[in-house]
Structure formats: C-alpha cells, structure tokens
Design a protein around this ligand. Structure first.
Ligand code: PLP
Length: 423
C-alpha cells in the first residue's frame, strides 16, 4: 500500500525512475513516449543538460535564502529576461511555485490595484464557463469547470461566468465567425453591465483554453473586443497562460497572436518546463507603480517565492528556447502534427474536431460527427483512452467532465518542443 495520497485513491500509478528526451521509463522497465509533456509542462523534454547544469550550479552556490531577507541573482535575471521578452510594458514579475499560486497572486494584485486607487467597491471578478485556473479556492472560483467546482461550491467567492469562445460547438449553422464573435462580446458587455462596471475587478480568461476543453483557440478579434470592453468599463484583463504560454503556442505568449496586451499574465507549467515547480505573474508597469506610490507593498507572499533553484531552472529554460530556436520549431512541428492527426483521424467517426495552436493540440471526441453529440459521461472514454495509450507506451492527457454545462471527452497532445517529426 502506498502512503501517498495519489490522484486516484484506488490505484497507484507506475513508478517513474528515469526520464530522458521525450520518454519516461518506469520501474518495470517500460518506456512511455511523452506526447503530452505531462500536462503541457515538459516543453524541453526530460534531462536537458543545460537546465540540469544551471540547477546544479545554483544549488552549489545557494539553494535557498528567504525573500524577506534577500533577493537572488537567478530570480533577478529571470525577471529581467521575462520583462525584456514580453511585449509592451509588461515588465514586472512576481515569482511563485506554480500555476494556481500565480492565479491567486494575480487576483489579489488586481484587487489591491483598485483598492489603492480609492475604489474598494471593486470586488467582483468576471470569468468564463469553459475555463480552468487552478485548484486553490480563489482560482477554483474564477474557473468554470462545474465538475471541479461542485464539491467546494459553498466555499467559493461568487464569480459571474460568461460563455466561452467555443466555435466548434457554439457557432450556429449559417452564422459567420464574425457574427458569432460579436454575439459573445455582446454577452460579455451585458454581463459587465449586469454586475455593475464599477464593482468589477477584472475579466479572467485563458488565451487558448487548455485543461477543460482541449486546446480551444479564440476566434479572430475576440480578445481585441474583450480588451476594448475592459478598457471601456475600467476592468483589468488577466490572461491565464499557464498552459498555453512560454512558447507552447508558437509565440512566447499566446496573446501575441491576438494583438492585445493584457494587464496581468499568469504563468506556470512551461516556465520551469517541469524541472522545478515555478509559476509567475507578469504585471504591466502602471499596476506596480500604483502600489509602489501608494502603500509601498503588495500584501502577499509565499515562503518559496523567488526560489533560487527554481528561478535558475526557468532562466535556463528561457535560454534554451532562444538558443535552439524552439519557437519556430513549435510552429513548424505543430502544423506537421496537426496535419498528421488530420490524415489519421480527420474522417474518424468519433473525432469531431482537431484544433489548437502550436504544440497544444486537442481532439474532441463525439458519438456522432454530424450532431456533435458527446459520449455518455459514465463511460469515461477519455480515461479509457489514456489507460489504453499508457498500456501501449504513449502518454496523452485526458479531459472529461462538464464543459460549459455539457459533457464531453477530449484528448490533449502537447509534446516537448524538441520532439522530431518522426517521434
Ligand atoms: N491555469 C491553467 C490554464 C492550467 O492549465 C493549470 C493547470 O493545469 C493551472 C492554472 C493551475 O496550475 P497548477 O496545477 O500549477 O497549480
């Protein structure tokens, strides 16, 4: 019996003992091809020598120094690099230990920003039904996955949720993409007015929806419209790029392809590429300036924020992405993988949609392609496919549960950027 509380309490997963390149080997000697990068985490694959060397060097110098007493070179350098590489004035960085912690940080930073402008009545976040922003209580509250929220619903702050941008299912027959997008933006504006614009803190969304619905990209112009509404009504725009950021979409940030600048960007996963637990919030200059000129402190903090070894690993990941020209590789290999998937499954009776950006690719499974009817959720088809794939030595990330009030099964592919076409 395992003393660990595993994700599934009735089943202990295989024991990973070695990981190299795009494969992981278990204690029984079986090797698995990591076609999902775990959950879109391992963007450089496993055992990258440059990242390991950076971590070793940092551990030898200083493994930890509490941020109430010290800063460290690795964190300073990582923040400077992220600021330099981010568009516009997204030039301040808060480092934490993962995606959920980063989302909590962004929510609190947004709230304090309004508070310090003398707007304490701004206390409500607006978000989308098809979304996952993390499992801590604040992040869970802004998230829209009903299945994840349900057991904890009485503990969650009240967050109005609007429709996601989910063209495959929600654009009506005969409706143009532009008309569909305009209708979504009207719904968002109605929700802003209904909540009371002067009560709202921010609108929160994943640029490309990841863990609830398998790599759903926005329609053209959707986020430009969102940005305009946020500006018009005084809300901040928080984009969650925990899954789709750090190069996975083919640009360092997925929002770069949408022609918008968010106020806060939430990062995790690919930031440390699995080598260390690390997340971050990127903030635009005026947000930090307001706090600096006001109370002088962001009322937040974690024991492991700005951790030297995590920062050193993330910095090395950034350097590898640039040195090995991996953003370009993601675009080329993502297009190749989507083409291969379309060849293999494009006519499959139970594959309704193949979509995504870069190397974040989702397959939506349906009982019937014409009606797009999902499978009976009791089947847990996504989980069966994951198990079957693992039995054949392939890691794919399964997603089921409620999507915008409906059930569906999705498979996510998010291979390491270094994977070759043959792999
Ligand atoms: N936001 C998004 C979009 C995610 O996909 C995830 C994790 O899957 C999170 C937030 C939460 O990140 P973490 O699991 O590191 O807490």
């Amino acid at each position: 019996m395992s003393h660990l509380i595993h994700r599934n309490l009735r089943r202990t997963p295989p024991v990973a003992v070695r990981a190299q390149g795009i494969t992981i080997t278990d204690s029984a000697g079986r090797t698995y091809l990591d076609a999902s990068g775990g959950a879109a985490v391992s963007s450089l694959g496993h055992g990258h020598p440059a990242v390991l060397a950076a971590m070793h060097a940092q551990i030898d110098r200083s493994a930890y120094a509490h941020t109430a007493f010290f800063t460290c070179e690795a964190a300073e350098e990582l923040a400077a690099r992220l600021a330099a590489d981010a568009p516009g004035d997204l030039d301040h960085v808060y480092l934490v230990s993962g995606g959920s912690e980063a989302m909590e940080t962004a929510l609190k930073l947004a709230r304090q920003y309004h508070l310090e402008a003398g707007q304490p009545q701004r206390s409500v976040f607006l978000a989308r039904r098809q979304s996952y922003h993390g499992n801590t209580l604040g992040a869970l509250a802004v998230g829209g996955n009903a299945w994840r929220r349900h057991p904890f619903a009485p503990l969650l702050i009240d967050v109005p949720h609007v429709a996601p941008c989910y063209e495959y299912r929600d654009r009506a027959d005969g409706q143009s993409t532009d008309d569909y997008t305009a209708a979504l933006l009207r719904e968002l504006e109605d929700a802003i007015r209904a909540a009371g614009p002067d009560k709202l803190i921010a609108f929160v969304a994943e640029t490309v929806v990841g863990a609830t619905a398998g790599a759903v990209p926005p329609t053209p112009g959707y986020f430009r419209g969102v940005r305009k509404l946020c500006d018009q009504y005084g809300l901040l725009l928080i984009l969650d790029e925990v899954m789709c950021g750090m190069g996975r979409s083919g640009t360092l940030y997925a929002f770069e392809q949408e022609g918008v600048l968010p106020d806060l960007v939430v990062l995790g996963k690919g930031l440390g590429a699995g080598y260390q637990p690390i997340g971050a919030v990127l903030a635009r200059a005026p947000i930090v300036r307001r706090l600096r000129d006001g109370s002088g402190a962001f009322q937040h903090g974690h024991t492991y924020m700005g951790h030297p070894v995590a920062a050193a690993a993330a910095l090395a990941v950034q350097k590898v992405i640039q040195k090995e020209n991996l953003l370009g590789a993601v675009t080329v290999r993502g297009a190749a993988l989507r083409r291969m998937l379309r060849e293999a499954f494009g006519q499959h009776p139970h594959v309704g949609d193949i979509r995504g950006r870069g190397l974040l690719i989702g397959l939506e499974l349906v009982q019937d392609r014409a009606s797009k009817a999902p499978f009976d959720p009791a089947l847990r088809l996504h989980a069966l496919i994951k198990d079957e794939a693992m039995a054949r030595g392939l890691m794919v990330y399964p997603m089921g549960g409620t999507i915008d009030g409906r059930q569906g099964d999705h498979i996510l592919l998010a291979p390491p950027f270094i994977a070759t076409e043959a792999e």
